[in-house]
Design a protein. Sequence first.
Length: 84
Amino acid sequence: MGYILNFLLIAIIVLWVIRLLVRMIFPAVIRNAFGNMQNQANAGQQQRSRRPEGSISIDYMPKKDKKKGNADKLGEFVDYEEVK
């Protein structure tokens, strides 16, 4: 019976200490994360504001395939007349 009481007492103390640590550390971690997000957002706005208004920038331009030799892949075209 004495071992059970010792175990419960130690478990309660450990849980109480963990709870105190979480209450002190968790808000600091959240504040730090929100601060990092705000810094990233501000940096993104500064990059956008550097370009003059109305300027166009293309970040990615796909490669263009040449159209020669693709006529065989298009299929067969049939002329038709509309019947009324």
